[in-house]
Design a protein around this ligand. Structure first.
Ligand SMILES: [Zn+2]
Length: 253
């Protein structure tokens, strides 16, 4: 068995799906070939990482969509191949498994790379959404200062339940909420007032934990964001950033 043949069914070998003859062939190859042995080691490390939860992050929506598409394409290609070749089961499995392995590896790389440039992109979207909400006089779709009225309004409009808190006692009055599309997904926009200042607090499920509070300023607007207990918060306002930080800090209490 050569490297190419080994790689084709290595996923099946790794998952204990192969019969004895194939297994022995691969055992033999792995003893002779450090390259394939390294690949198998990577699979084991990936699986271990996933099992102990150290490297699992939710894949970005775009990545999920592309994986789904490639799996569908694989499915179509396989239907025609099956007509020609009935012994394609292992290959089919190996192909699907390697797509999944590649997707996991890609997700890890993306997560590692998703540093400042992704954050900058979101910051721009947050600013755009804030300015739109102020200009088109469409700040809220549900107008209420009652957190128990605003929270259930999002049910059925989002695939998560946003935490909603009235912080009037802390100087931030809830005035309502609406749904926005940010970071390639629908998110909750909670709107607060502090004096004459309007604050948009955007909320969606976090893709990775980052409890520290980040502050920035774009075009004179303050932006504060953090991820806390599985939820990402982005606040924006013409308030000074110190006061806006207070609002985000209250989400962590
Ligand atoms: Zn090899």
């Amino acid at each position: 068995m050569n490297c190419q043949e080994t790689r084709q069914i290595l996923d099946g070998y790794f998952d204990g799906e192969l019969d004895l003859v194939y297994r022995l062939d691969i055992d033999g190859h792995l003893r002779r070939c450090t390259g394939c042995a390294e690949t198998l080691k990577t699979y084991r490390e990936l699986r271990h990482g996933i099992q102990v939860g150290t490297i699992y992050y939710e894949a970005p929506a775009e990545l999920k969509a592309s994986i789904r598409m490639s799996l569908q394409d694989t499915g179509k290609a396989e239907v025609s191949r099956r007509r020609l070749n009935n012994s394609g089961k292992i290959q089919r499995f190996a192909m699907a498994a390697s797509i999944v392995a590649a997707a996991i590896a890609t997700a890890i790389v993306l997560t590692a790379l998703s540093g400042s440039s992704a954050t900058e992109g979101i910051a721009t979207e947050v600013l755009d959404a804030h300015l739109r909400s102020m200009m088109r006089d469409h700040l809220v779709d549900v107008s209420s200062s009652d957190q128990d009225a605003v929270k259930p309004w999002f049910a059925g409009k989002l695939d998560f339940v946003p935490p909603v808190r009235d912080l009037t006692d802390q100087g931030f009055s809830l005035i309502g909420g609406r749904v926005e599309y940010l970071n390639r997904r629908p998110v909750a926009a909670l709107v607060f007032r502090r004096g004459q200042h309007t604050i948009n607090l955007f909320v969606w499920p976090a893709s990775h934990p980052d409890a520290s509070i980040h502050t920035s300023t774009i075009q004179g607007y303050s932006l504060v964001h953090c991820s806390w207990l599985g939820v990402t918060y982005w606040a924006i306002s013409d308030l000074n950033s110190g006061e806006l930080r207070e609002l985000v800090k209250y989400q962590q209490k």
